[in-house]
Design a protein around this ligand. Structure first.
Ligand code: HEM
Length: 144
């Protein structure tokens, strides 16, 4: 019986995830709007967590020892517009790393499956979240 090859192996395994996420977070950290969320956060640590998280979801033999996404992002006011912008930056990074288009589509579909854990539908709803001692982080669009 033939074994189905995981998406993780199809894209080239850990070296590909490492390269994509390095490129992706270089762009995110440099971004005039989304970059503000990452100020004071170690880029290499976030790259590693993203690789572990996606590695597991893509069927790799990996472990994700990080926080639940809802908890990791709950102090950030993240909207659908920002998630779409983030995904266009992720797509650009995947294309620049020559990941084939059908695999890009599968990668982005997995990514989008977790938006529900992170997305805020309105500022009113966000302001009702009990953040305990954490400071809320709302970043207005510098171009708006
Ligand atoms: C515009 C959207 C997003 C922004 C601005 C954002 C920002 C951030 C920031 C600032 C952190 C560091 C949190 C901390 O260390 O306290 C973080 C962690 C993380 N994010 Fe996001 N994120 C976004 C969307 C996503 C999405 C869609 C995913 C997954 C599909 C994701 C996966 C992760 C993971 C795995 C971590 C690591 C959590 C940990 O360290 O335990 N993020 N994000």
């Amino acid at each position: 019986m033939s074994k189905k090859i995981s998406l993780f192996d199809q894209v080239g395994g850990l070296p590909t995830l490492d390269r994509v996420h390095k490129r992706f977070y270089d762009k995110m950290y440099a971004h005039p709007w989304l970059g503000k969320f990452f100020e004071g956060h170690d880029q290499q640590a976030i790259e590693l967590r993203q690789t572990q998280f996606m590695g597991v979801k893509m069927g790799g033999a990996m472990r994700y020892p990080g926080m639940a996404l809802e908890l990791a992002h709950r102090r950030m006011y993240i909207t659908l517009e920002q998630l779409e912008l983030r995904q266009s930056i992720l797509r650009e990074s995947l294309e620049e790393e020559h990941v084939p288009e059908p695999l890009i589509k599968r990668w982005l579909k997995i990514d989008a499956a977790f938006w529900g854990h992170i997305k805020n539908d309105s500022l009113e709803e966000f302001q009702q979240v009990d953040l305990k001692y954490e400071r809320p982080l709302i970043v207005p669009n510098p171009d708006a």
